[in-house]
Design a protein around this ligand. Structure first.
Ligand code: SER
Length: 313
């Protein structure tokens, strides 16, 4: 029986930590990491790796057959800020890679798929406080449009081709092992690096811009819990709302000051402000709690503590 797991986009912010966590759980050899480029040394040394362009269906199919892959995590994507600069490239990457993986599911070449969605599926007309699972979704960014379309296709492939595809709408993710790239929520990672290196940070969002966020430890746990849950518990096949915490740049700066009293922040909003202004302040994740038992563990204070502690090392 096939039992191995393929991570596509394993060298990115989420992929790196997902690879480590899955290797810890299932053994290094069972987890095949892949990406269009090589990752950091720790990742490369921890188990099998394949160079793979997620848009190349034949290469993907070959790796799935060769490594006897049963489950795929598709983590490759172009994020919100970069996607606004390269709209068609973002659309092609985000959609083609998803269709490639869904096709493997439809043809029963893999039996389970994880694909990440995002709070970017929501838009300016969405209720912004405690945004419910089912609500108005009129995303105004290329990234958000690709994620919302992707959600529709996941649900479609589940309903019509019985593909076991599962998904989470990640909030902004905060982590110390690998930097994010090209996102609007990236400031919430950069700020810790700059606080330790320079004692000062210029934020590209306004001080009162509140966004939903989550510590990576919670995000990985959610992903693994969703994937391990019995199929009948997964009643939503588009993507689940998931909440961790919500805060503004001023609030995250205040928690950093508790540890580094001389830390200074100033603000120079750029084009990413408009993207942030189109997203919710906070997320209602009742369905994730009820269907597969989700509960976040990290608040802002605990996140700041862990980020500073680990980045100092
Ligand atoms: N963190 C992502 C971004 O900022 C949202 O999913 O683009």
């Amino acid at each position: 029986m096939k039992k191995n797991i393929l991570i596509v986009g394993a060298c990115g912010q989420i992929g790196t930590e997902l690879t480590f966590s899955l290797r810890e759980k299932h053994g290094n050899e069972a987890i095949i990491a892949s990406d269009i480029r090589e990752g950091n040394e720790d990742l490369m040394n921890s188990g099998p790796f394949e160079l793979l362009d997620a848009m190349d269906y034949n290469a993907l199919e070959e790796i799935v057959a060769y490594h006897e892959i049963d489950t795929i995590y598709l983590m490759a994507a172009m994020l919100s800020a970069t996607a606004e600069r390269f709209p068609m490239r973002a659309w092609n990457l985000n959609m083609d890679s998803l269709f490639n993986v869904l096709k493997l599911g439809k043809e029963k070449k893999v039996s389970k798929i994880f694909w990440p969605s995002s709070i970017a599926v929501f838009g300016p007309s969405t209720p912004r406080e405690n945004t419910p699972q089912h609500t108005i979704m009129e995303p105004s960014t290329v990234y958000g449009i690709s994620k919302q379309s992707g959600e529709r296709w996941c649900e479609y492939y589940h309903k019509n081709y019985q593909v076991d595809v599962r998904s989470i709408r990640y909030p902004g993710l905060i982590s110390w092992k690998t930097m994010p790239g090209g996102g609007t929520t990236d400031y919430a990672v950069e700020i810790y690096h700059k606080a330790l290196a320079d004692g000062t940070y210029t934020c590209f969002l306004k001080e009162d811009t509140e966004l939903p966020m989550m510590f990576m430890h919670d995000a990985i746990r959610a992903t693994m819990e969703l994937m391990e849950s019995d199929a009948e518990n997964i009643k939503i096949r588009s993507s689940y709302n998931l909440a961790g915490m919500s805060f503004t740049p001023a609030e995250i700066a205040a928690t950093i000051k508790n540890h580094i009293p001389e830390f200074k922040i100033d603000y120079a909003p750029d084009s990413r402000q408009a993207i942030a202004d189109s997203w919710p302040y906070s997320i209602d994740d009742t369905e994730a709690q009820q269907h597969w038992g989700w509960k976040a563990a990290f608040n802002l204070e605990k996140t700041t503590e862990k980020m500073l502690e680990n980045l100092k090392k």
